[in-house]
Design a protein around this ligand. Structure first.
Ligand SMILES: *[C@@H]1O[C@H](CO)[C@@H](O)[C@H](O)[C@H]1NC(C)=O
Ligand SMILES: *[C@@H]1O[C@H](CO)[C@@H](O)[C@H](O)[C@H]1NC(C)=O
Length: 180
């Protein structure tokens, strides 16, 4: 018969592992995020000149990516995660304006992007923190009001694409080691 202490050790190993797995580590796969950056870039043309006026209302603050008081990796991943999560909510709640004057994104790339976005958000759960929400909420509040108006909606979507691309790309460039 095996010694009960071995069983005990095995039991402890098992449970310790379960415990570690259940702690939200916010680990996003860098390879997927990289692909997402390329897809966002390739979705369509550069941010249109006719949308420049919207910058006074929708512009993600550069400073949001650095936060001296938190662990840089944790903060970066949180902002990336919550940005993707809120983008997902935007895509779920509002229709992309199509046709005359609408956004002209490549459908196939958009589908690929949305699929990756879903997998990044839903397969890599990460706890919301109120501090990260506090940084993102004013931006998404402004963005939502722009997207809700028919004449400004296309520019709102272009701004979301531009800013999400920037957040993901900068995070990868500056903090590649934070990603899985
Ligand atoms: C995080 O916050 C977003 C936006 O407020 C919300 O939609 C989402 O359900 C929250 N997720 C979790 C895991 O609490
Ligand atoms: C939201 O819009 C107001 C003006 O309408 C602007 O002053 C503010 O800076 C904007 N906030 C963000 C985060 O874009």
């Amino acid at each position: 018969m095996r010694s009960p202490s071995l069983l005990l050790i095995l039991l402890q190993l098992c449970c310790l592992q379960t415990l570690l797995v259940s702690i939200p580590t916010c680990k996003l796969p860098g390879k997927w995020v990289e692909t997402t950056v390329h897809l966002l870039h390739d979705l369509g043309e550069h941010f249109p000149v006719r949308c420049y006026p919207i910058n006074s209302q929708v512009r993600f603050p550069d400073s949001a990516l650095s936060d001296a008081s938190a662990s840089q990796c944790r903060w970066t991943l949180l902002v990336v995660y919550q940005f993707l999560q809120r983008a997902e909510v935007m895509f779920a709640e509002y229709d992309l304006p199509e046709g005359e004057g609408g956004v002209t994104w490549n459908n196939q790339k958009l589908e690929h992007y949305l699929n990756l976005q879903y997998r990044l958000v839903d397969e890599h759960p990460c706890l919301n923190t109120t501090r990260a929400s506090g940084v993102l909420s004013p931006y998404f509040r402004n963005l939502t009001s722009v997207v809700e108006q028919q004449d400004s909606a296309p520019c709102g979507w272009e701004a979301l694409r531009r800013d999400l691309h920037w957040v993901l790309k900068s995070s990868l460039r500056q903090h590649r080691k934070c990603f899985k």
